[in-house]
Every structure is written in C-alpha cells, then in structure tokens.
Design a protein around this ligand. Structure first.
Ligand code: NAP
Length: 252
C-alpha cells in the first residue's frame, strides 16, 4: 500500500527530526520544514526540504506549495515546530512570551491555514498538533510555555468539529519530558525522567497511524498529568506552592 505524504514542521532537530527518520524508515514520503538551515540540510536525503519560519505565513505558504510540487499533496501535517523556556516570577520576560505565542500557537495556525485548502478539496487529511502536558494547567516555572500550549490545545479542540465534517481529523499530541534542546537547561533539583527523541518518535508514529483525538505519552505522565488536570483548583494551588521550591534549583 502507498504510504501517505507527511509534512513536518520543526523537522530539523529533536522530536521532529526523530519522527521524520522513523516515518522515512516506514516508507512515508516526507516534506520537511525548519528555520535551522544547517540541521535541515542534513535531512535532504530522506525528503523534500524547505527552510522557513512558521511565523512568516506568506513564506510558509510558498514553501508548502513548493514542497507539494516535489512530493505531491500533503496528507498529514505534523505541526512540531516549537520553542520553550522557563518563566519564573518576578521575571515575566514578555519578549519570550510573545515568541512562544508566535511560534507555538500562531505558527501552528499558519501551517494549518496553508495546508487546509488542499485537504478540504480532497475531503481528507490529518492534522497532528504537538502541544504539551504543560498546557494542562498553568505550571509556575513555565508560565508562558504553559499558556502557549494551553492555547494550542484549545485551538485544536475548536477546529476539530468543523474539520471533521470536511473529512479532516485533528489529533492533539501532548508529550511528557523529552531530552532535546528545549529541556537541556531545565534547573530541576532531582533528575527528571526524560524520553529520548527516538522514543518520543515511536509514540508520535503511533498517533499518526491511529489518529486518536488526543495522545498523551508516556503512560506515567499521562496518569500523573491527568490527575493534576482534574484536582480541585485550591488543591492544585497548594501543590504548586510546595512543588516549586522543591523542584527547582533556581529561586522560586
Ligand atoms: N522536549 C520536550 O520535553 C517537549 C515536551 C512536550 C512538547 N514538546 C514540543 O515538541 C515540539 C518539538 O520540540 P523539541 O523538544 O523537539 O525541540 P527542539 O529540539 O528545539 O526542536 C524544535 C525544532 O523546531 C524549530 N523551530 C523553532 N521555531 C521555529 C520556527 N519559528 N519556524 C520553524 N522552525 C522552528 C527549531 O529550530 P531552532 O533550533 O532554530 O530553534 C528546532 O529545529 C515543540 O512544539 C515542543 O514544544 C517538547
């Protein structure tokens, strides 16, 4: 059977790169986008590549059109490009917040907007948005990142019904911690269990192939963060008040 064509944004490094390699090994045709020229160039043997920022909607649309002339219509979008950093009171770092909203929310919307007309015309497609368990609640050491991912989760949820009736599935993927550039300087007091990008990619391939509504991994994080999501607000505040100073080496 011919495998679908997958467009991955943020394919140059980390989870996006590992997912591209895993999909290539399974015979998928790939279109890859990243702003990191050096990293993306190394992947030109496994797919068509285009260097572009997801924050530039016009350039992104042109890049996707050019990729489609090389690999054909995009069946699956994996919107993986993302940025993350810590935000700890009292340094609210508004430029960082703005960048996280620009990339993690509007960048995903830009990619969806660019592939949508083709998917709607063909009456099929799959949009896989990479959010995070950090978007389940406002985490006090990644305030801005949590807000950007919570917004993305809500955005994808809102898109789902209107796209479903046009034959397009939306999957929201929420990974736990993965050892990539985003997590490398996290000042946790005790070592936090992190997946490798290759392990995360295996989960992501499963989400691409099974098309669930939501996909949270690994299992331990799914259980822990699902509990955190439903605990009463006052209990959540109490837990975070204690977790912050215990979890971080930096001042809380
Ligand atoms: N690592 C985790 O623990 C974790 C957990 C949950 C969710 N996630 C999410 O998973 C996704 C992948 O993250 P990762 O951990 O694999 O990080 P990563 O290793 O830094 O990879 C992200 C890739 O996206 C690229 N990118 C960033 N902004 C871009 C833009 N405006 N346009 C195009 N490409 C851009 C980055 O390029 P540069 O190198 O130039 O920035 C990088 O190549 C992100 O959405 C992240 O929020 C990660």
């Amino acid at each position: 059977m011919i495998k679908p064509t997958v467009l991955i944004t943020g394919a140059g490094n980390g989870i996006g790169k590992a997912t591209a390699l895993a999909l290539y090994a399974k015979g998928y045709k790939l279109a890859l986008i990243d702003r990191d020229v050096a990293s993306l160039s190394k992947l030109n043997a496994i797919g068509a590549i285009a260097v572009c920022s997801v924050t530039d909607s016009s350039a992104l649309t042109l890049a996707i059109q050019s990729l489609e002339t090389q690999v054909g219509p995009i069946d699956i979008l994996v919107a993986c490009a993302g940025v993350g950093s810590l935000t700890i009171v009292p340094d609210l770092n508004i430029p960082d917040l703005r960048q996280m909203i620009e990339v993690n929310l509007i960048g995903v919307a830009n990619a969806i907007e660019a592939i949508l007309p083709g998917m709607i015309e063909r009456k099929r497609g799959h949009i896989v948005g990479i959010a995070s368990v950090a978007g389940f609640r406002g985490l006090p050491w990644m305030i801005s990142y949590s807000a950007s991912k919570a917004a993305l989760i809500a955005y994808l949820e809102g898109l789902r019904p209107g796209l479903k009736r046009r034959g397009i599935t939306v999957t929201t993927v929420c990974p736990g911690f993965v050892r990539t550039a985003i997590t490398q300087d996290t000042p946790f007091r005790t070592p936090v269990k992190m997946l490798t990008p290759d392990q995360a990619a295996l989960y992501l391939v499963r989400a691409i192939e099974r098309r669930p509504r939501d996909y949270v991994f690994p299992f331990s994080t799914r259980v822990g963060m699902t509990v955190l999501k439903i605990v009463p607000n006052r209990l959540f505040d109490w837990m975070m008040d204690r977790a912050g100073p215990r979890a971080l080496t930096s001042e809380f």
